[in-house]
Each structure stands twice: as structure tokens, then as C-alpha cells.
Design a protein around this ligand. Structure first.
Ligand code: WT7
Length: 692
């Protein structure tokens, strides 16, 4: 086809020297791709022609520069932002090698800026004041609102003034427990405006999880709303916050103010439980404040936010992102990975409680002056056509979501999709877990009418922004592959000894040098930062993911290689679930593994050993699950509880999860060598109890 030839031709004229970048060798050669013609899906000529990066050649040119001259590459981009004062002599400083001392990453140090200013004031000054910044779609169809850039700026300033008034200062933490209301991005931006550090906690976390985070970062104020409706269910968020604040006060951390937005469509003021001395209604105070607020100028390396995420052990980690590098990186990745143009209407279905909502609902789009849709409700309410209804309503051009949503919608009749036009769509995106080829094809063929490239973006809370991602006009796609590294990202695959492997291979995904959006530390625990991410393979940042690279240089993520489970794109540590289970008085021991799940990607499978003499029952099963819901949140509830009078352990007492994974997925003929077990009989016993 002509498309195909065009690409091969452009590959033939690659700049010489590009072949020095090992994983791109195959692509440069061109014939590797040509032989795979049938597996490749090319962007249309029309799409490529208008794209920021129209060809592999252009990508390579830019990529090469970004690797050979990161300082030049990134400072050119950073110069288009507003800096009160430019950064110092060195654009960046890094040490990613634990053998050479402490891990340290700095970008644009000495540069003075403010991300809220760059999101709002800059755009208003550039004439976008009346452009819609946020379209808000409520849970109920027909309930909606908009904010222009200037209106958003005014709202943000009012809240910023209030926060200053109650004593919140630069560097103070603010905990935010809000659903997808306009007030969530408003709060994030207001914090950024005054240099306060926001810590958004996903409003699906339980009171105990919220309390744990409050105790860790000790905010002056917690911002929430009284309730939210998701689908037909009302969730009383304020009650959860009340419980969390009670619990944190027991641990000696008391919060002065609980600012509460009255979310009228879900619950009236009058029925909300109230503590006069602490609680304040948002609507009572915020509108009284001035709509202008001077910006607190901060250093590029001052913290912007804290976001807790799960690790393979113990308590959640407070990932710290700073201002300058994060700003430059989220804006740039947004622009290129979605081929963003000023006429686009962008919708990302993620919640601001996760990193995706930070980087690609709030900051990335607003830094680009984009119009973004935010959605309060559930994607299948009132029916599974809701997403496409919203796409048509706002004429969405870029739609970014998670494979779990694609798979769940795939199960319903295609008619829920085809009854809507979806003509406005031009780019689709996927994030959170590997997208399986069949979901990819459904998304591409049906939702995108076979004309919208899919940006399958691989990244993490820690990376701040996209790391491996298609550039939609540049690459022929392979369904299920995240394709190639973004500019400035030296993605490498290493073997178990930490040696880089090249060409067609599979191993552990690492990154060789820093990028502007990288996290700088774990809050209050730099040592854990170094141990978790930089010690496993000295000299590299270790992602925790497995990855293979095919002969064309395409990357295929294969999932976590640590004890982290990815449920519907949410990261859950097996240790956290286990500790919630064993906190049940009748549970003696627990071992949790991930199993393949048709919709969620992975499901949670829990083996539980009960206290001596306690019989297993349906009631006990439910109460064990309830413990997890209460301690972590409903999204972490085990899908299956498997009663285990004994667990397979080595003679030294280590649980053999490999065997548990096989039992959980019923791959009983693949149990492997069980002879090293302290008691090989437990395996038979477990198999016999599989359906109890
Ligand atoms: C983990 C990070 C980053 C936003 C959402 C999750 C998995 C994420 C992909 C993708 C394959 C992916 C990885 C990663 N992951 N995106 N496109 N293809 N896997 O953020 O909670 O920090 O989780 O999600 O396993 O390590 P997170």
C-alpha cells in the first residue's frame, strides 16, 4: 500500500548515526518492518501529514538529539514556559548510580516558576481567557458545567486566598479527598499557586488508608465534599473523612480544618454530619475571597505534590514530584503522544486520585491550553453507551482510557457503540496495564472506526509522564505494543544480573539516565527510594516491570515482576492485602497472588490460613473480604478466598508464591518442582480445597 511504502522510504533515508541507538537498529533497517507488513497498522497519510512527528525519521532525529544533548533538548522546550527567573548554569544534575553516592536528580534547578501560573495566567495572557478549560459532565446525563480559562483562574485564586488565610504556606501539605468535580483540579491548582504540596487521595480509599496518609504527611487542612453519586450509588465521603480524622488524631495528628464542598446533587447540607469547630462549607467561604491572588514563585526543585502508591512491601510510598521538570515533561509528553492541537477536545477517563489524573487530566492538558472533559460518573451508567454519548456531546477528539474499561464495554452489545457517531475522534489512548490485542482491535476497529491511532502509553506514578509510547503520526502500530521510548528516555532491558541486553530479548525494564518528570524521592524515606528503585540493578532506575523487545525494536510490556498486582490499572501490593487479611482475628496467615481476570486484567486471589480450630465458612469469607475493604478500599477486595490449612513453604519458611500462582490459575500440570517444600502434601490439600 502507499502508506506502507511511504514509511519504508522514510526509513531508508534515516540520518546516519541513528544506528548507534541499539534498540532502533531494526527500525532503521526498514526491511524488518516490511517483512511484518500484516502485523502493522499504519496511520493514514492524512493523519501523518498533519502530525507533530510525521515519520519515524523525524522521531529519530528528535530522539537522537534528546539523548545526545539532553540539556539542549530540554532547555529549548522549557524556554517556552514562563520562568520568573531562568535556571542556573546546569540544566540538570543526576546521579542514578548507588555505587557513586546518594541518588540525586535535579532539573532546571535555580529556575523560578509556578505551574499554576503556566496553566492559567499564561494562557489567559495568550488570549485563551474565553476558551473552555474544563467541561464537567455530572453523574446524571444532562447535568453539566463549563469553566473557561479565566473562570478557572478566578476560582483557583479564591481558594488559594482562603488557604493562605487559614495559614497554609509554601511547603505545607494539603490532603484532598474529592471525586471528579471541578473542585478537584481547582484545589490542585490552588495549592500549586501558593506553593503548598497537594496530596490527593483517591476517593475510593477507605478511612483507614486515608488516615494512614494523613498521619504520614500531616496536613493543616483536608479538602473533601459531603457525598458523591457514582451510578446509582451514593457514597458519603464526609463520613469517611470524619472517621479518618478521628483515627489520625488517635495517632497524634490533628487537622485544623476540613473544608467541605456541598455536592448538592448527591446530598444536602442538612443531612451531613458536622463538627462546628473544624468543618467549613466551601460554598460559605470561598466565593467571598478575591478572584486574584499573587503567585508564590517557587524553585524548579520545590515539591509540587505527593502521591501515595503501593509497593511490594509494607506501607504505601509517598512519591514526590517537583515543579519545573514535571511541568516541562507532562506538557511535552501530552503534546506529542496525543498529537495535541489547539482545536482538540480531550477526555481522559482517569480519576485525579491517580497519577494519570494529575499529569493528564490536570497539568498536561492545561499547560497546553487544551479543553478537557472531566466526568464525575461511572462509564456504564445509565448504560454502557455513556462514554460514546459523552464523546458525541462534547465532540471529543482525543479519548484516553484504560484497557479494563475497554474490556468491560466489549462485553456489551456493539450497538452501544455504533448507535453514536464518534466521528470527532482522531486519537485514542490506553494506560494502566498491557492492552491485550483483542481489546486493542475492538477499540481501534469499532470505537475509532479503524482510523484513530492508539497511543498505548507505558509509564508509572514514579515517572511523572509517558516513558514508552507511540507517537501517533510516526509509527506503524502493533496491537498490544507500547512501541518506542519517548524523547529523552533511555529505556533498556537488563537480565537478572543487571546486564543490558540488546536486540530481540526480554528481561527487566530499566531506565539509564534521568528525565525531567522523574520522581525525586519518597516522602520522608530517601533510603527506601534508593533501595526499591536503584539498588536492584546498580546504575539504573528499575521500573518493576518485565518487558520484551521484538526484532523491529518494538517494546512489549509483560507486567510486574515484583509483588504488586495490577487490578483494573490500580496498583495493589500483595503485602497490603495480606496485612489487611491477617488483621482479622480469625486469620493466622495469608498469601495473596494475582490471577488473570477477564475484565480487570488481574484479579486478587487470597490464600488464608485460619487460627487453630476456627472452621471456614461463607460468613468468615465475607468478613475477611470486608476487612480488606475497610482497610484499603473496595477496589482491593479479593476476588477469591481460598482456604489453606497449610501454605507451601520452603524449609526455611518462605512461602512459594510460584506454586500458589499456579494453583490460583488452575495450571495444575505446571506446578514444577515441589520437592523442596517443607511439607509437599500441602499442595494436594490446597488443590482439594480449591472450590470450597
Ligand atoms: C504500572 C504503574 C501510569 C498510569 C497508571 C498506572 C502498569 C501502566 C501500562 C501500559 C503496560 C502498564 C505497569 C506499571 N502499566 N501503563 N501502557 N502497558 N503496563 O500507574 O499505578 O503507578 O502503575 O502500571 O505495570 O509499572 P501506577
Amino acid at each position: 500500500t502507499t502508506n506502507h511504502l511511504r514509511h519504508v522510504e522514510s526509513m531508508a533515508t534515516m540520518p546516519s548515526g541513528a544506528g548507534n541507538i541499539p534498540h532502533l537498529n531494526a527500525i532503521v533497517l526498514g526491511e524488518a518492518l516490511a517483512s511484518e507488513e500484516n502485523d502493522l497498522i499504519f496511520p493514514s497519510d492524512d493523519f501523518s501529514r498533519q502530525a507533530h512527528v510525521p515519520s519515524p525519521r523525524k522521531y529519530l532525529e528528535m530522539y537522537k538529539r534528546s539523548i545526545e544533548d539532553p540539556a539542549g533538548f530540554w532547555s529549548d522546550i522549557a524556554s517556552s514556559f514562563y520562568w520568573k527567573q531562568k535556571w542556573g548554569q546546569q540544566v540538570y544534575l543526576e546521579n542514578l548510580d548507588v555505587r557513586k553516592g546518594n541518588i540525586r536528580i535535579e532539573w532546571f534547578k535555580g529556575g523560578i516558576t509556578n505551574i499554576c501560573y503556566n496553566c492559567l495566567d499564561s494562557n489567559v495572557e495568550a488570549g485563551l481567557g474565553d476558551k473552555i478549560a474544563l467541561y464537567w459532565e455530572g453523574n446524571e446525563p444532562g447535568v453539566d458545567a463549563t469553566l473557561t480559562y479565566i473562570q478557572l483562574l478566578h476560582n483557583v485564586c479564591q481558594l488559594a486566598n482562603y488557604l493562605k488565610d487559614i495559614g497554609v504556606k509554601k511547603g505545607d501539605a494539603v490532603v484532598v479527598y474529592l471525586p471528579m468535580l471541578m473542585e478537584l483540579p481547582i484545589t490542585m491548582l490552588a495549592c500549586a499557586r501558593i506553593g503548598a504540596v497537594h496530596s490527593v487521595v483517591f476517593a475510593g480509599f477507605s478511612a483507614e488508608s486515608l488516615a494512614q496518609r494523613i498521619v504520614d504527611c500531616k496536613p493543616k487542612v483536608v479538602i473533601t465534599c459531603n457525598a458523591v453519586k457514582r451510578g446509582s450509588k451514593v457514597i458519603h465521603l464526609k463520613d469517611i473523612v470524619d472517621a479518618a480524622l478521628f483515627e489520625s488524631s488517635q495517632s497524634g495528628v490533628s487537622v485544623d480544618v476540613c473544608l467541605t464542598y456541598e455536592n448538592q446533587s448527591a446530598m444536602k447540607k442538612e443531612s451531613t454530619k458536622w463538627q462546628e469547630e473544624r468543618d467549613v462549607w466551601w460554598q460559605d467561604v470561598i466565593p467571598k475571597y478575591p478572584t486574584t491572588c499573587a503567585v508564590e514563585w517557587v524553585d524548579a526543585e520545590d515539591p509540587l505534590f505527593l502521591l501515595y502508591t503501593s509497593g511490594s512491601t509494607g506501607k504505601p510510598k509517598g512519591v514526590v514530584h517537583t515543579t519545573g521538570g514535571y511541568m516541562v515533561y507532562t506538557a511535552t509528553t501530552f503534546k506529542y503522544a496525543f498529537d495535541y492541537k489547539p482545536s482538540d477536545i480531550y477526555w481522559c477517563t482517569a480519576d485525579c486520585g491517580w497519577i494519570t489524573g494529575h499529569s493528564y487530566v490536570t497539568y498536561g492538558p492545561l499547560l497546553n491550553g487544551a479543553s478537557a472533559v472531566i466526568f464525575e460518573g461511572a462509564p456504564n451508567y445509565p448504560n454502557p453507551g455513556r462514554c460514546w454519548d459523552i464523546v458525541d456531546k462534547y465532540q471529543v477528539t482525543i479519548f484516553y482510557t484504560a484497557p479494563t474499561l475497554v474490556r468491560s464495554l466489549m462485553r456489551d452489545s456493539d450497538e452501544y457503540v455504533t448507535r453514536y457517531s464518534r466521528k470527532s475522534l482522531r486519537v485514542l489512548g490506553s494506560v494502566g496495564e498491557p492492552i491485550n490485542p483483542s481489546a486493542w482491535r475492538w477499540f481501534f476497529n469499532l470505537v475509532g472506526d479503524s482510523k484513530c491511532p492508539i497511543s498505548d502509553t507505558w509509564w508509572q506514578t514514579e515517572t511523572g509522564g509517558f516513558m514508552i509510547t507511540p507517537l501517533p503520526g510516526a509509527w506503524p502500530q502493533k496491537p498490544g505494543s507500547a512501541t518506542f521510548p519517548f524523547f529523552g528516555v533511555q529505556a533498556v532491558i537488563v537480565d537478572e544480573k543487571g546486564v543490558e541486553i540488546e536486540g530481540e530479548c526480554s528481561g527487566y525494564l530499566c531506565v539509564k539516565s534521568s528525565w525531567p518528570g522523574a520522581f525525586r524521592t519518597l516522602y520522608g524515606d530517601h533510603e527506601r527510594y534508593e533501595t526499591t528503585y536503584f539498588k536492584p540493578f546498580p546504575g539504573y532506575y528499575f521500573s518493576g516491570d518485565g518487558c520484551s523487545r521484538d526484532k523491529d525494536g518494538y517494546h512489549w510490556l509483560t507486567g510486574r515482576v515484583d509483588d504488586v498486582i495490577n487490578v483494573s490499572g490500580h496498583r495493589i501490593g500483595t503485602a497490603e492485602v495480606e496485612s489487611a487479611l491477617v488483621s482479622h482475628p480469625q486469620c493466622a496467615e495469608a498469601a495473596v497472588v494475582g490471577v488473570e481476570h477477564e475484565v480487570k486484567g488481574q484479579g486478587i486471589y487470597a490464600f488464608v490460613t485460619l487460627v487453630e480450630g476456627v472452621p471456614y465458612s461463607e460468613e468468615l469469607r465475607k468478613s475477611l473480604i470486608l476487612n480488606v475493604r475497610k482497610q484499603i478500599g473496595a477496589f482491593a477486595a479479593p476476588d477469591k478466598v481460598h482456604w489453606a490449612p497449610g501454605l507451601p513453604k520452603t524449609r526455611s519458611g518462605k512461602i512459594m508464591r510460584r506454586i500458589l500462582r499456579k494453583i490460583a490459575s488452575r495450571q495444575l500440570d505446571e506446578l514444577g518442582d515441589t520437592s523442596t517444600l517443607a511439607d509437599p502434601n500441602v499442595v494436594e490439600q490446597l488443590i482439594a480445597l480449591a472450590d470450597v
